[in-house]
Write a protein that binds this ligand. Structure first.
Ligand code: ATP
Ligand code: MG
Length: 238
């Protein structure tokens, strides 16, 4: 399978007071297209920092992060925005929905930055809502949705652009068990049917049981990189 993310000797330091804090150290990792993988580790172990680098929201202090053939450190502001607009979607713990817009508009909003005609846009939005099972809520405002529904809108908003990579930072943190399972099933289905590469950050056992691969982080280093026999889904080993 094709390599889609390559992290080589990455170090990330944040300035703190007069010195710095090393959040990531000696990170070497590759992800192939279609992986369903997670970063797991204690709070402060560097999961979000690494996801932010992969999503080109941040750059490494040292080393190289190549995402879909692009060296994150060498992208201009515009190029990194383009990468996120076209190829990398984010799903966060908080849903970040726009409260004054409907479900439909929240999903459509993701496409307005792209040069897509109205008819094609509508088709894409309706398809994304169908994927997450929320067609019937398309005219609702976010404050009328449950947590699980809100997170499904966030997933629809992320997938409507058909990104090659989806990064999900603790997507189940605010969900009950049933909704956590539902959202993981939707994402696993997307992974299998569209071959979208998923990387999660999580502490949640309910999320972990769906993953094909778990990269364990501790104190900013990779402690273990484990291929799982996923309980769900068609991919097992890679
Ligand atoms: N902008 C920043 N400035 C200084 N330190 C930071 C910054 N961002 C993160 N850190 C530190 O880097 C470490 C890793 O943070 P990160 O957010 O990646 O952890 P995490 O594994 O995602 O934790 P959690 O499970 O709590 O979300 C933490 O100790 C954090 O305090
Ligand atoms: Mg985090």
């Amino acid at each position: 399978m094709e390599e889609i993310i390559s992290i080589k000797n990455v170090v990330k330091r944040f300035p703190v007071g007069d010195g710095f804090f090393t959040a990531l150290q000696d990170i070497n990792l590759e992800f192939k297209k279609g992986e369903f993988a997670g970063l797991v580790g204690p709070s402060g172990s560097g999961k979000t920092t690494l996801l932010n680098i992969i999503g080109s929201l941040d750059t490494p202090t040292e080393g190289e992060a190549i995402v879909i053939g692009k060296d994150i450190s060498k992208l201009s502001h515009q190029q990194s925005a383009d990468l996120r607009n076209h190829n990398v979607g984010f799903i966060f713990q908080e849903y970040h929905l726009l409260p004054v817009y409907t479900v439909y508009e929240n999903v459509e909003f993701a496409l307005l930055l792209q040069n897509i005609g109205a008819a094609e846009r509508k088709k894409a939005v309706m398809e994304a809502l169908d994927w997450v099972g929320l067609t019937h809520k398309k005219d609702s405002k976010p404050d009328k949705l449950s947590g699980g529904e809100s997170q499904r809108v966030a997933v629809a908003r992320a997938i409507v652009k058909r990104p090659a990579i989806l990064l999900a930072d603790e997507p189940s943190a605010n969900l009950d068990a049933e909704n956590a399972h539902n959202i993981m099933k939707v994402m696993k289905k997307l992974n299998e049917e569209l071959d979208t590469t998923f990387i999660f950050s999580t502490h949640d056992e309910k999320v972990m049981q769906y993953l094909d691969r778990i990269v364990h982080l501790k104190d900013g280093r990779i402690e273990k990189d484990e291929m799982m026999k996923a309980k769900y889904g068609v991919h097992g080993a890679h």
